[in-house]
Design a protein around this ligand. Structure first.
Ligand SMILES: NC(=O)c1ccc[n+]([C@@H]2O[C@H](COP(=O)([O-])OP(=O)(O)OC[C@H]3O[C@@H](n4cnc5c(N)ncnc54)[C@H](OP(=O)(O)O)[C@@H]3O)[C@@H](O)[C@H]2O)c1
Length: 328
């Protein structure tokens, strides 16, 4: 029987999520890859245990994570029931709906019909009564924002989610969403954008909006799906995400120009006594507005590596300039 490490809360840093009372670990674990029906249950279980032992209390899911879609929630539900249920009140579990989940007009985007049914399905797959955070996964150009936001607010009133999040919303739409949610007496807890050294759109406007509105943020794909590590320095290793048929990272993304930058970043990380994967996390956490860094992992060691990033000193001005020069 799994018993969590007694010292887990001494190992992690927790940050308040925007102006809410909810604290999230500086590192959170996402179950997009490596927790599906095609993956090994024992490895998924070992990764969840390791994460929780390191003080990672937040696990991020979505209706469509797998493959097949839905199977990551099933895996999580199985492990939760067997091993982690006594810790339910120590966990922040999130799910999302917004991408295609089932055929027909009610299984995609942002209608009330889709969001409510999808959350019910997610709760069933995970075997829980409520999620801590429920996200609208991406903006819907055709459903009125009022309908989507009203639905999220109602879901909180129904007790099926404690907090509301949005993901992949641009800055202005985020401001509008928060305005609508506020008018309904609720607050947007969190925004989940893609953010890494290779994907910096949030820096233009979004981070300012989040700060001024008191909304927290959790940066996804902080390692650019593994590119910001030492993994691809000498080609594409078998078993890596870029090599897997079920992996979302396309080998074409690893251009010579990118590899060149990765090599230079890797040298800089070494000069700081860090791995590149760790420096990529330190770099994101330089922003006060970022509540948590949402990593993915395919094994236990990668989770340990990420957690150790928190022990490193902040990046100096000189190092930040060097990173800008490499990335330019
Ligand atoms: N809201 C959204 O639209 C959205 C979209 C995507 C993701 N997300 C969330 O963000 C989470 C993380 O995304 P992600 O998995 O793309 O994050 P990531 O942290 O950028 O990439 C994780 C992958 O990098 C590799 N890796 C990690 N640590 C490593 C290390 N120390 N050395 C070498 N390789 C390492 C592993 O791939 P290998 O398999 O190659 O080992 C791992 O699966 C997802 O699980 C999901 O919860 C949200």
């Amino acid at each position: 029987m799994y018993v969590a490490d007694q010292s887990r809360y001494n190992k992690m840093k927790y940050n308040y999520c925007g102006n809410s009372g909810l604290q999230l670990p500086a590192i959170s674990l996402g179950l997009w890859h490596n927790f599906g029906g095609v993956d090994t249950l024992e490895n998924s279980r070992a990764m969840l245990f390791k994460a929780f032992d390191l003080g990672i209390t937040h696990f991020d899911l979505a209706n469509n994570y797998g493959p097949p879609p839905g199977s990551a929630e099933e895996t999580f539900g199985k492990i939760l029931k067997q091993d982690l249920f006594s810790y339910r009140d120590e966990l922040i579990i999130s799910s999302k709906a917004g991408y295609l989940m089932w055929p027909g007009p009610y299984g995609d985007f942002g209608s009330r019909k889709y969001l409510v049914s999808s959350l019910d399905q997610s709760l069933k797959r995970m075997g829980i009564d409520y999620v801590d955070i429920f996200y609208h996964h991406r903006p819907d150009p055709n459903t009125p924002l009022e309908e989507t936001m009203q639905t999220l607010a109602d879901i909180v009133s129904s007790g099926k989610a404690l907090y509301i999040g949005i993901s992949n919303y641009p800055a202005e739409l985020t401001r509008k969403a928060e305005e609508i949610i506020n008018s309904l007496g609720r607050h947007l807890l969190i925004h989940q954008p893609k953010y890494s050294m290779f994907e910096r759109w949030v820096e233009d406007e979004l981070l300012d909006v989040l700060k001024s509105e008191g909304i927290g943020s959790i940066a996804f794909s902080p390692l650019a799906q593994g590119m910001l590590t030492d993994k691809y320095l000498n080609g594409i290793p078998s078993g890596s995400r870029a090599a897997k048929a079920t992996g979302f990272l396309q080998p074409e993304a690893l251009t010579d120009e990118k590899i060149n930058k990765i090599k230079k970043l890797n040298e800089l990380a070494k000069s700081r006594g860090q791995k590149l994967s760790q420096m990529a996390i330190t770099w994101i956490l330089r922003h006060e507005t970022i509540t948590s860094v949402l990593i993915g992992a395919s094994n236990v060691e990668q989770i340990e590596d990420a957690a150790s990033a928190l022990e490193a000193p902040r990046l100096s001005d000189d190092e930040l300039i060097k990173i800008e020069t490499i990335l330019f």
